[in-house]
Structure formats: C-alpha cells, structure tokens
Design a protein around this ligand. Structure first.
Ligand SMILES: [Zn+2]
Length: 121
C-alpha cells in the first residue's frame, strides 16, 4: 500500500497494510497517523503528528489532552469528572481527572458611611 501525506499529496513510503488510526514511525523520526484508506487503489493518506511513546502527564490544562499525541478534546466538559479514555486520534489509553478551582468576584453595591472631619488648627 502506498502512503501519501494528506495535506500535500506527497508520496511518503510503502508498506504491506495499514488501517485507519494506525501510527507509523518513518525513519525513527516522524510519526504519522493513518486518516484515509483506499483499499481498491491500495493507497492511504496520513497526517504527521507529534507522538511520545514515553509520555508524561499533562497537568492543569483547559481541555483533556492526550499525553501521547497532544490531541485536544474540545468537548472535554461532556465527559465524566474522572475516567479512562482512548485517544480519538492515536488510539493510546490514558486516565484523566477534572480539577475544579474556585475563585470569587466582587461587585460594588453601597459604600459605608464616612465621618468627615475638618481640623481647624
Ligand atoms: Zn493521542
């Protein structure tokens, strides 16, 4: 199967078989995720991704972010407070937890009475 870069159509490499969601590492340097597969034409299209096999945690982010490929879930608020998840882009499994911080705001309503004093000497 011939593999092309989705954005440009550039031919990248050839491998026997791929499936949508597979991650390929080319020359031990660039990672690609398979996005489209044309079985009849024996070609597939990939997107280059950042991928860390030895991922580290992502802390205090605004959305759930895959620690392996940095894919950001823009619908994070729809998920439970805590859970295990399979990344929709790279297929890696990771745990997440929603952390809520509390802040306070104030709005003026009525100022306190002030005793005005004028010294004459
Ligand atoms: Zn991922």
């Amino acid at each position: 199967m011939r593999i092309y870069l989705q954005e440009t159509g550039e031919f990248l490499f050839e491998i026997p078989e791929v499936d949508i969601g597979d991650i390929c590492l080319l020359n031990q340097k660039h990672y690609y995720v398979v996005c489209v597969v044309h079985l009849v034409e024996k070609k597939a299209f990939v997107k280059q991704i950042e991928f860390k096999k030895n991922a580290v945690e992502k802390l205090f982010e605004n959305h759930i972010i895959c620690p392996y490929c940095s894919h950001e879930l823009m619908d994070s608020w729809e998920h439970k407070d805590i859970g295990k998840m399979e990344c929709g882009r790279c297929g890696s499994i990771f745990d997440y937890i929603r952390e809520v911080s509390v802040s306070y705001s104030t709005y003026p309503d009525q100022a306190a009475e002030v005793i005005e004093i004028r010294r004459t000497r």
